[in-house]
Write a protein that binds this ligand. Sequence first.
Ligand SMILES: *Cc1c(COP(=O)(O)O)cnc(C)c1O
Length: 378
Amino acid sequence: MSKKIPFNKPYLTGDELISIKKAHANGQLAGDGTFTRIASETIRKRTQSGKVLLTHSCTAALEMCAILSEINIGDEVIMPSFTFVSTANAIVSRGGVPVFVDVREDTLNLNENLIEDAITSRTIAIIAVHYAGVACEMDKIIEIARKHQLLVIEDAAQGFLSKYKDNPLGSIGELGTLSFHETKNIHSGEGGALLINREKFIERAEIIREKGTNRTQFNRGQIDKYKWVDIGSSYLPGEITAAFLNAQLNKADYITEERLKIWNEYHQIFEDLEKKEKIRRPIVPLNCDHNGHIYYILLNKSFNQNQTINLMNEEGVNAVFHYQPLHISPAGERYGRYPSPLTVTEDICMRLVRMPIWIGFNQHDRVHEVLNKALNRQ
Ligand SMILES: *Cc1c(COP(=O)(O)O)cnc(C)c1O
């Protein structure tokens, strides 16, 4: 029996410990030291965003967005149901209501043509989640937001170094969030960032991130005592995390190129199964440059997702499903609403299978063979 192929293997550049050793020697281990500054600056340059605040997770960055958007109880935020829980949880935690809208059949991203029908007098924002690092149709989303004076928040957790019409994801909306969780392309175990593209949010974001105090201004020598001035929490990572992240950011281009190579090879090798109408491969619009974050397939309706995944895992290939729709999850039913049926979401989540993808992976032939076998057995 050949070795099991895991779904993910967090990549290590080999430089993380060198970087951490330097942080250790510096003696500043709490947040906002040298490594945090370097990492934030690197991310800001790479994403061409206005300001970057490192956080301990994308979840934290989304919570900061919810506070910055000044949600009142009952205010609504439009988002896909096909996303990670944190997108909705951040809004619900502030008393807001997630309004779930269906996704497009091609990219599995928020269907921009359904947004306007979901807008009410209580709508304050749209969260665009860039699934698999492939961009939402941002021009249309921004146009709708301008017309109705809504905030656009990009959940670019999976989209670091991806682009929409040459614009880096996270730099297009007023606010953007990134994740550096170990399942993402570039990681620090846990980690994230808030990208701020409007000057007016910067000062308050710094305060929210520092437990509601103006300590960041104090650290810059702008005030002589720091005080409690607003609500907030502890959203910043320590220097060990930032040091680790720096080592990864230095290899960001290599990591992205390698993932794209693996992604492209999957795309070639699965072409025959698509031609035989057994599966559908991912669709990336021409105006999107993606980062090879996820390789998924959609099974033809005659196949069973669980059975396919189980058969593949029995053969040692750790294929996995993805999001269970939020609008029909216990908390989603309690806290959210959806103005129209989410037929695409409910359909694709039952057909989606993600394939192993990590730096060093090269067993495409075996994955193809195992998938083909699993399909032939149904
Ligand atoms: C991973 C992910 C998150 C959460 O990221 P954390 O850093 O683990 O908090 C949020 N949204 C999406 C779309 C994600 O993929």
